[in-house]
Each structure stands twice: as structure tokens, then as C-alpha cells.
Ligand binder design. Structure first.
Ligand SMILES: [Ca+2]
Ligand SMILES: [Ca+2]
Ligand SMILES: [Ca+2]
Length: 484
């Protein structure tokens, strides 16, 4: 019986990878896959950006051109986006809802790309390594800052963007000069990452979030988008380049408007957990963040040839410091080979890393599409253990946890479960194989456990005190559950 479960474990899936085919068929794939995703235990699906990017169907979605074009207008070379049309996006969301899944929309509000025209504006160039340092006089430049959306022609919104709504650009078209330019009378937004003096500027035309017209427009847009699509929350792009005050207010407005929880997870790409905690605090706890420090641990372990001290795996991670706001992940579209933040996790470590994030109590795990379905572009195979691990998360990973991160190589944990038919024990090693005695609860005394992943074929009998002696192979993981 599953009635005695305290709650159903929440599990997110990032439903795309960088090199999906540019066939505008992804929303259709998502719609078709909804029932299957629910069945394997996914509860929240992060869909890629639905808006028209500057490079049309070639745009993964982060080079945003028109936020009101969800694949409806013949702009940037096509009606559909890389993933399909507006109607197909709606259908994907509806199919997900029908299957009982929540949908997170990918919000890209930091910058705009592919402006319709240039404007002559005053600006000064700043040092790209220290954006607070001006390295030119104020002078006139020709900036790509005019977004009129002539094809959409005012449908849904007649808001037109120009230089007043942006802080900076990366090109003076007049001199064909690339660099970071701060527009006249503007200041870089505050409460952003402090790399390069101030990391407000990332790319394209950077939105001036401290201008009230910009805030009001983004609020209207959020209302329009959530009303129309009925999504259940957000993945927020590039938040380290966006004022935390903006998101504190914007998320509050979205939650009031929709009357829903509107779960939100931000991408603050920084290996230092203190930056992540500071941002969460400044948003009033309004958003979770991806646990980047934990991802980097997985990346280091991959290349350490067993030299990583597994006792330290959670040290200074968001999961350790603030698990309530932590979304754990192994890889994403930016860390996969060939991408901007490439920091891949080795194939041998993936079953281990997924066993940790899926079966431990802390954090909400996010499964990467490229790990579940593989990445044909790079010849990367699916992680074959994922179906089993997801099922274990859905059915067994409940109840009190007992951690054994007490060895440089062989570490593990148990979950007691909430009934004698549940619970599990996980043992793993980044070096040689071996055994460990772990407590799994007196309720399991006398029960026989087997390794679901199948590498260990022996049975483990739980002793009267509630302990079992579990084994793992080197560089792998075993997951033990009561025999059927
Ligand atoms: Ca500003
Ligand atoms: Ca910015
Ligand atoms: Ca080690």
C-alpha cells in the first residue's frame, strides 16, 4: 500500500538538451511523452524557452527576441520556434497537466537580442574585466536597442523597447566595435553578482530593471504569459545578472496574480555557495537555486581518479546549507560537452550521482533530458540506471535518512521507509569496492535485501538491531531494497 507515504517525492525533469534537432517538433514530443514522464515518477517538467529567439528555429531559446511570440508570428525566419508553434506549446502544457505534471516555463528576462533597428545614443565603453571602470569618454554610438516588432504589429502588447529601457550593449555598429558599452544616464543594476566589478551585463541589450517602465512591462508580460499558458512555475534564466530586488517583487506579483504556489528555481551560476545563499536571502526566500557547488563536486570526482574525499561531497553545497531551496542536478544544457559552462560529469559517475540526488531526502532533484534520452550529437548514451533509480525515488525513498559519509571512498546512506515494504540502502565508491554496516531501522529486522542495480548478487539480511552489511563494486553504486 502506498497510502502511508507522507507525501509523494517531487522530481523535476529538464526536458531538453542543447543539440535537439531544429525540427520544431519538440512540443509534440513533450505532449506525447507526458503520460510516460508521470509514470516514471517525474512531477515537474522544465520546458525550454517558448519565445522567439533572434536566430529563429536555430535558437535554443536564450537569445530572446520577442517574448510575446510563442511561435505565432513570421519573425526571424519562421512562424515556429526551434520547438514548435504556440498552439503546440499549449498542447504540451495541457498534456502535462492531464498527466498530473506541473510545468515550469523558462523565463529569459535579462536581455534581448536581434533588435529591429539601431539608435544613435550616448554611451561610454567600460573595461570588460571591471565594468565599473569607464575607459572612454561619453560619445555617440549606434546601438541595437530598437525593438518595434513590426510583424506582430501590437498584438498582445504595444510596448516598444528602445535605449531608455536598457543599461548596456556589446556593439557600436557605427565603428563596428565590440565591447561593453554603458548607455548614457544609466547605471548597472545593483544586487547582482560582483564578478567584473558588477556582472549586470551578460549579453545583447541588457534590460534596465531599475527603470519603472521596464518593471511594469515585465509584470504585464508575466501576467499575460501565466494567464495564457497556465504554467505552474518558472525556471529563471541568468539571475546572477539580475537585481534580486526585481525578482523578489516580480515573483510576489506573479504569485498574487495566479493564486498559485508558482515554484521558481533560478540559475545563479557560481561555485561559491555563499553567493547563492545571499541571493536567496535577498529575494526573501522567494526562489530556489540550482545547487551549482554540488554539480562541481560531481565534476571534480569525475576526474580525480578516486582521489576525491567522499566525506566532503556535501561540504559547502546549497544542499548542505539550505536544502529547502536547493534543486540538485548532475548535468544541464550548459554543462554538456561543447557548451558555455562545460563541466561534464563522467559516464561512470552518473549512476552514482543520480543515486545520491534521487534517493536522499535533501533537495529537489532535476533529471537532465540528455542523461535520460542520451545526446546523439555527442554519441552520449542514456544513463541506463535512471529508470530504476526514478522508480526507487517514487516508491522507496521515504522516511528517516541515516548518512554514512565517513570514508574517503566508500560512502552511503539509508532511508528507513514508512512501511516494512519500503526503505532502501545506497552504497557507492569513487575508488575500490567494499562493504559498510549501515542502520536502516529495527522495523526491517530479519528482512532480506537485494541490489536493484544488479551488480551485487548476494542477499543481505538485516540484523535484530536494524543494521545490514552492504557491499558495492568500485566506481559504482548499489541500491538495496527488501526482496519482493
Ligand atoms: Ca540600471
Ligand atoms: Ca542584467
Ligand atoms: Ca575518494
Amino acid at each position: 500500500m502506498s497510502d502511508n507515504k507522507p507525501h509523494k517525492n517531487r522530481t523535476m525533469m529538464q526536458y531538453f538538451e542543447w543539440y535537439l534537432p531544429e525540427d520544431s517538433a519538440h512540443w509534440k514530443r513533450a505532449a506525447k511523452d507526458a503520460a510516460h514522464l508521470a509514470d516514471i515518477g517525474i512531477t515537474m517538467v522544465w520546458l525550454p524557452p517558448a519565445c522567439k529567439g533572434a536566430s529563429g528555429i536555430h535558437d535554443v531559446g536564450y537569445g530572446i527576441y520577442d517574448p510575446y511570440d510563442l511561435g505565432e508570428f513570421d519573425q526571424k525566419g519562421s512562424v515556429p520556434t526551434k520547438y514548435g508553434t504556440k498552439a503546440e506549446y499549449f498542447k504540451a502544457v495541457k498534456s502535462m497537466h492531464k498527466a498530473g505534471l506541473k510545468v515550469l516555463a523558462d523565463m529569459v528576462l535579462n536581455h534581448r537580442m536581434g533588435a529591429d533597428a539601431t539608435e544613435c545614443v550616448t554611451a561610454c565603453r567600460v573595461d570588460s574585466g571591471n565594468r565599473m571602470k569607464r575607459i572612454s569618454e561619453m560619445h555617440e554610438i549606434e546601438a541595437w536597442t530598437k525593438f518595434d516588432y513590426p510583424v506582430r504589429n501590437g498584438k498582445y502588447s504595444d510596448f516598444k523597447w528602445d535605449h531608455r529601457h536598457f543599461d548596456g550593449v556589446d556593439r557600436d555598429e557605427r565603428k563596428k566595435e565590440n565591447g561593453v558599452f554603458l548607455l548614457g544616464n544609466k547605471n548597472w543594476d545593483r544586487n547582482v553578482d560582483d564578478q567584473y566589478g558588477n556582472f549586470d551585463y551578460l549579453m545583447g541589450a541588457d534590460l534596465a530593471l531599475d527603470e519603472s517602465e521596464v518593471y511594469e512591462e515585465l509584470k504585464r508580460y508575466g501576467f499575460w504569459f501565466t494567464d495564457l499558458t497556465d504554467v505552474d512555475g518558472f525556471r529563471l534564466d541568468a539571475v546572477k545578472h539580475m537585481d534580486s530586488d526585481f525578482y523578489r517583487e516580480w515573483l510576489k506579483a506573479m504569485r498574487e496574480h495566479t493564486g498559485k504556489e508558482m515554484f521558481a528555481v533560478g540559475e545563479y551560476w557560481h561555485p561559491d555557495v555563499n553567493y547563492l545563499q545571499k541571493y536567496i536571502e535577498r529575494t526573501g526566500g522567494g526562489m530556489s537555486l540550482f545547487d551549482i557547488p554540488l554539480h562541481f563536486k560531481f565534476h571534480y570526482i569525475s576526474n580525480a581518479n578516486s582521489g576525491f574525499r567522499m566525506t566532503q561531497i556535501f561540504r559547502d553545497t546549497l544542499t548542505e546549507r539550505d536544502s529547502w531551496h536547493s534543486v540538485t542536478f548532475v548535468e544541464n544544457h550548459d554543462t554538456q560537452p561543447g557548451q558555455a559552462l562545460e563541466s561534464p560529469v563522467a559516464p561512470w559517475l552518473k549512476p552514482i550521482a543520480y543515486a545520491i540526488i534521487l534517493l536522499q531526502e535533501r533537495g529537489i532533484p532535476c533529471v537532465f533530458y540528455g542523461d535520460y534520452y542520451g545526446i546523439p550529437h555527442n554519441g552520449i548514451e542514456p544513463v541506463k540506471e535512471l529508470d530504476n533509480l526514478l522508480k526507487l525515488r517514487r516508491d522507496n525513498a521515504y522516511g528517516p535518512e541515516h548518512d554514512y559519509y565517513d570514508d574517503d571512498n566508500i560512502v552511503g546512506f539509508t532511508r528507513e521507509g514508512t512501511g516494512a515494504d519500503q526503505g532502501l540502502a545506497v552504497l557507492l565508491s569513487d575508488g575500490p569496492g567494499g562493504t559498510k554496516k549501515m542502520y536502516i531501522g529495527k522495523a526491517h529486522a530479519g528482512q532480506v535485501f537485494e541490489d536493484v542495480l544488479g551488480r551485487c548478487t548476494e542477499q543481505v539480511v538485516i540484523d535484530p538491531e536494524g543494521n545490514g552489511v552492504f557491499r558495492t563494486d568500485g566506481g559504482y553504486v548499489s541500491v538495496w531494497v527488501p526482496c519482493a
